[in-house]
Design a protein around this ligand. Structure first.
Ligand SMILES: [Zn+2]
Length: 209
């Protein structure tokens, strides 16, 4: 900032504000001028306030220092350009990786969904198998029960039939025994009547009356 008074070319060292609000900046030399004006105006308007500008402002640089700074700036700019380029590359890599991550995530979710579906199917098939096994067991019991009933009926029928036949045989035997007894009795009667024994003639055995 330059001194704003009388086209002064020196750098400003103070800023000041007139009582009516206008402000300016002045060099060390022009401070006196401003203070004189302020004293003249004090009775009418009030005080001028000063503030020291850049109290620790560095000295002018030497030529070598400027060259050094310029070189450093060029180097810094070159490094900045490199960094920007590298940043662009990294941005592209990051974008690509983010896309890959998205793709993998989608694929992972799909696989997760398929896994859940398969697990549900396994559960359903297991239930079906258990039901089928239960049903098969019950069927087998039913069939065994039916078979046992049929066997019992057959055995019962066969037993009745055999018992009937046995009765018939017993009856026949009894009848035969009775016939034998009757024959024996007839033979005994015959013998007791003292009849002549049958003789054997030329025509075979015959009883003489
Ligand atoms: Zn000045």
């Amino acid at each position: 900032m330059q001194c704003t008074l009388d086209s002064c070319p020196k750098p400003a060292e103070y800023t000041f504000v007139w009582p009516w609000g206008a402000d300016g900046a002045c060099c060390q030399g022009h401070v006196v001028v401003v203070q004189q004006k302020a004293r003249a105006l004090r009775g009418h308007f009030g005080q001028v306030s000063f503030a020291r500008l850049n109290p620790d402002r560095p000295k002018e640089l030497s030529r070598d220092e400027r060259v050094e700074l310029h070189t450093a700036r060029l180097v810094a700019e070159s490094e900045r350009d490199d960094a920007r380029k590298r940043s662009g590359e990294l941005f592209e890599v990051n974008t690509r990786l983010a896309n890959e991550v998205r793709t993998h995530k989608v694929r992972s979710e799909q696989l997760h969904g398929q896994t859940l579906e398969l697990l549900q199917r396994v559960d359903a098939l297991t239930r079906e198998r258990d039901e089928a096994l239960t049903l098969a067991g019950k069927r087998r019991e039913d069939v065994e029960h039916d078979l046992m009933q049929q066997v019992e009926v057959l055995v019962s029928e066969r037993t009745s039939e055999l018992e009937g036949r046995l009765r018939l045989c017993d009856d026949g035997r009894l009848a035969a025994l009775r016939e034998v007894e009757a024959a024996n009795r007839a033979l005994a009667d015959y013998r007791s009547r003292d009849t002549p024994a049958p003789t054997v003639g030329p025509d075979g055995p015959h009883v003489v009356e």
